[in-house]
Design a binder for this molecule. Structure first.
Ligand code: EPU
Length: 438
């Protein structure tokens, strides 16, 4: 099959789709299965490439993974966890950022870990310095080698008191997955508290962990000697849900997203309404459509939870090109997540990028030469174009742009979108999108 989609835009997307478990929880809960002494079952697992990558890595380490991902339920038996061969792990290098989260569980189970070079979307530098510092503070020895990282725990890891320089999602997960079986108490300040992290904490609590979350971004973990398996249904994917909402708005359509949950999406829903989107919440999902066409502008900055997620930013920017008003988007989580807008400009959008922190408080990237603020003026008709998928969220956003544009677009590199959007071609069919493969 080719990696190219020919999209015929200019038609409203209308229909029903559903979302399953959140990519950014499911992959972490899968890693947590390594910590148990008995098997775990995870439900609502989406059919996405990241799940296959993490399954492969778990199997390399001796976890027996069964169940079909088409059914959305996988079982993990970690009874025979073993050290994987460096060459096998290395074959997974470059495919995902999840391997870094194997460190704590492997150090507890085996006393050592090898982590290949990390992949993931190219949306900024994405260093792992916080992760390594965290692991060192627990007592791990970390050695950087040309082929990756070699870690060792000469003795049981020790609970510790830590403060993150920034409330990083992955580093908070690193602390959780390491502290639950470390000796004694761990106190983490400036932690990330995204709903996916709270769901991971729920998974760990089911396993026997003792974790409390305070209101001031402080998480306390009392280490325990052993953990058991869990049965858990993953929280729904709020990034995918918001992406389809933006598609409805940008194409003047109407999409019902079964599985979308209001409490996880409050911040998005406020912005969606402000820019002219309408929605209706029921017990099973949320219906999204375009409301009135009055002048609507927003000044928005992406932020850690409970702020506006950086992963919502890219689809939202496409929607902003199709709504009336002049809006400011200040990206404060990643320094390089607005580069995808150049292709939108080539399609006819009016978007200007700035190095300054526009519209809000100065962020970490101010005065550092990163074009991380955008001014978007809409509505501007988009023209079909030949576009290459730059990263996961940017890729889905280009699809939205192509579907909103007049004429035909060629979208190349669509395989990347499978990393985080389950069966998106089937879902495009369900909302009446016009496209062909190749
Ligand atoms: N950071 C550092 N050093 C570190 C770790 C992070 O400087 O050691 C910086 C990053 O460079 C970034 C900021 O801290 O500027 C936040 O990064 P974070 O650690 O929170 O991101 P992550 O854990 O690598 C996860 C999601 C991302 C999502 C971010 C923010 C997964 C697998 N990925 O990444 O999701 O954007 O949190 O919410 O959970 C996506 O789904 O498309 C995606 C990129």
């Amino acid at each position: 099959m080719t990696d190219v989609l020919t999209v015929h835009g200019g038609h409203p997307l209308k229909g029903d789709i559903s979302v399953r478990g959140a990519k950014n929880l499911v992959s972490k809960a899968m890693v947590a299965t390594l910590l148990g002494e008995s098997p775990s079952t995870l439900r609502a697992i989406p059919q996405i490439a990241d799940v296959r990558i993490v399954s492969g890595l778990l199997e390399l380490h001796g976890v027996h993974v069964t169940g079909g991902d088409a059914l959305g339920e996988l079982h993990f038996d970690p009874t025979n966890v073993e050290t994987a061969h460096v060459a096998d792990i290395d074959a997974h290098a470059g495919s995902s950022r999840i391997p870094i989260l194997f460190c704590g569980p492997l150090l507890h189970r085996l006393g050592e870990a090898f982590i290949p070079d990390l992949g993931g979307c190219r949306i900024g530098e994405r260093p792992i310095d916080y992760h390594l510092e965290v692991l060192r503070q627990f007592g791990a020895l970390v050695e950087k080698r040309p082929e990756g990282l070699r870690l060792a725990a000469p003795q049981r890891l020790q609970g510790t008191k830590l403060t993150l320089p920034y409330p990083s999602v992955g580093s908070t997960e690193q602390v959780l997955l390491t502290a639950v079986r470390a000796a004694g108490l761990t106190e983490l300040s400036n932690a990330a508290i995204e709903p996916e992290i709270l769901d991971l904490i729920a998974v760990l609590q089911k396993m026997g962990a003792i974790i409390s979350v305070d209101t001031d971004r402080v998480i306390r973990i009392e280490g325990v000697d052993s953990l058991q398996g869990f049965t858990h249904t993953a929280m729904p994917d709020r990034i995918e849900a918001a992406s389809w909402a933006c598609a409805a708005l940008a194409t003047h359509g109407e999409i019902y997203v079964e599985g979308a949950r209001q409490p996880d999406m409050m911040t998005f829903l406020n912005v969606f309404r402000k820019i002219g989107g309408a929605f209706e919440v029921d017990d099973a999902g949320i219906r999204f459509w375009r409301g009135g066409d009055a002048q609507r502008s927003v000044v928005l900055e992406t932020d850690v939870h409970p702020g506006f997620m950086t992963d919502w930013q890219q689809p939202l920017v496409v929607a902003l090109t199709q709504t009336r008003g002049l809006s400011i988007v200040h990206e404060t989580v990643y320094e390089n997540r607005l580069g995808f807008t150049q292709a939108l400009v080539d399609m006819g959008a009016t978007i200007q990028l700035y190095r300054e922190c526009l519209g809000g408080l100065p962020c970490r990237f101010g005065q550092r030469n990163f074009k991380h603020s955008a001014v978007v003026s809409g509505p501007t008709p988009l023209r079909g174009a030949d576009i290459e998928v730059p990263d996961l969220r940017g890729g889905f956003s280009y699809l939205i742009a192509a579907l909103a544009a007049e004429g035909t677009s060629t979208v190349r590199g669509i395989d990347l979108i499978y990393r985080g959007y389950e069966q998106f071609l089937d879902k495009l069919d369900a909302v009446g999108a016009r496209y062909e493969r190749g």
